[in-house]
Design a protein around this ligand. Structure first.
Ligand code: SF4
Length: 59
């Protein structure tokens, strides 16, 4: 898959990660939060993440 040079990402367990470089391959991602009142970077999540089958037990 072609990288999207506008979306840098280091989460290489995601099936949309470019793997050879630290980029996402989607045209657009959705960022969300798991907190009711997010105040720190750790509160944010890429909600477009999909675990790649070979990395996870969530096949
Ligand atoms: S979908 Fe999100 S977590 Fe997955 S590669 Fe793209 S930016 Fe990273």
């Amino acid at each position: 898959m072609e990288k999207n040079s506008s979306i840098g990402c280091t989460v290489n367990n995601c099936q949309y990660h470019a793997q050879s470089e630290d980029y996402c391959t989607l045209n657009k991602i959705e960022v969300g939060t798991h907190e009711s009142n997010p105040t720190q970077v750790e509160c944010t999540d890429c909600t477009s993440f999909v675990c790649k089958a070979e990395a996870c037990d969530c096949k």
